[in-house]
Design a protein around this ligand. Structure first.
Ligand code: FAD
Length: 265
């Protein structure tokens, strides 16, 4: 395999993988490097969006909406449904299946376009060089006429509520709960916090959203924000504005067992 490319893309998320495909379609030799590892140990392209963001969250939003409707809305329409219960394991399995299909689709697109897919860590070096370390530790030095850095972002940890992977989790952790938390605190009423708060509320959690800013969705169109706030409150989200989290601590063993806290990205 050649170690010399017209373009090397570091990062195979929604920024990196289309750039790699487009460059290859324009007859350039392209490699795309990505180090993403999923919780089951599988390596995947697609970045946050496909593996731990847009796609899995939309899958859970759809499932939780159906559950919520059958539970809370059918009766109003004169539809009687009995014996309805939640199978969270199946819901998570469906979500994982969608993620897998979509991330594997990227490999198929790479193959069709002629992009060299490299799974592992990419490091930019001087003089148009990139160091590629495969997941098995093997290193190669690539040369590239052009390098595209599309390394994305990672959730930010709050000093006042550091992640512990159990009770205080980031957005990825909040997509992976294997039981519906009795209580869920969401730090940050941004789109991600609201989306995930909504999923777990619909599935039965008591959800409190804490937002430091005094305004709801301050950067959005305010008419839309007002409508969204009304809708989310009706759904049962307890949204508290102007509430800055200064510390996180355990209240009681009961609270420990049931409470989880989602720190914002
Ligand atoms: C729960 C949730 C829901 C979201 N929903 C939406 C939505 O509905 N609509 C929307 O537009 N956006 C949504 N987003 C945001 C969206 O996921 C991001 O905007 C998007 O993923 C950014 O794409 P990116 O390619 O820049 O970065 P990323 O998706 O983060 O991809 C970067 C990739 O680079 C790789 N990488 C980083 N450094 C290296 C390195 N040195 N070597 C090799 N690989 C490296 C990473 O492994 C990763 O795969 C959501 C996010 C979350 C968390």
């Amino acid at each position: 395999m050649s170690d010399s490319f017209d373009v090397v893309v570091i990062g195979g998320g929604p920024a990196g993988y289309p750039a790699a495909i487009r460059a290859a379609q324009n007859k350039l030799s392209v490699a795309c490097i990505d180090e993403w590892k999923n919780l089951d140990g599988a390596f995947a392209f697609g970045g946050t969006c496909l593996n731990a963001g847009c796609i899995p969250s939309k899958a859970l939003l759809e499932s939780s909406e159906l559950y919520h409707r059958v539970h809370d809305e059918f009766a109003v329409h004169g539809i009687k449904a009995s014996g309805v219960s939640l199978d969270l394991g199946q819901m998570q399995k469906r979500k994982a299946g969608i993620v897998k299909t979509m991330t594997q689709g990227i490999l198929a697109l790479f193959k069709a376009a002629g992009v060299t897919a490299l799974q592992g860590h990419g490091k930019l070096l001087p003089d148009h060089r990139v160091e590629y370390t495969a997941h098995d530790g093997t290193r190669r030095e690539l040369t590239a006429k052009n390098v595209i850095l599309a390394s994305g972002s990672a959730p930010t940890e709050l000093r006042s509520a550091p992640f512990d992977g159990k009770r205080i989790v980031d957005s990825w952790g909040a997509l992976e709960f294997n039981a519906v938390p009795k209580k869920l605190g969401v730090i940050g009423a941004g789109v991600i916090g609201l989306e995930l708060g909504s999923v777990w509320r619909r599935l039965g959690s008591e959800v409190v959203v804490l937002e430091a800013l005094p305004d709801f969705l301050a950067i959005a169109d305010q008419q839309l924000a007002k409508e969204a706030l009304r809708h989310l409150k009706k759904q049962g989200l307890d949204i508290r504005l102007g509430a800055k989290v200064t510390a996180a601590s355990l209240l009681s063993m009961d609270a420990v067992r049931s409470a989880r806290c989602l720190a914002r990205e």
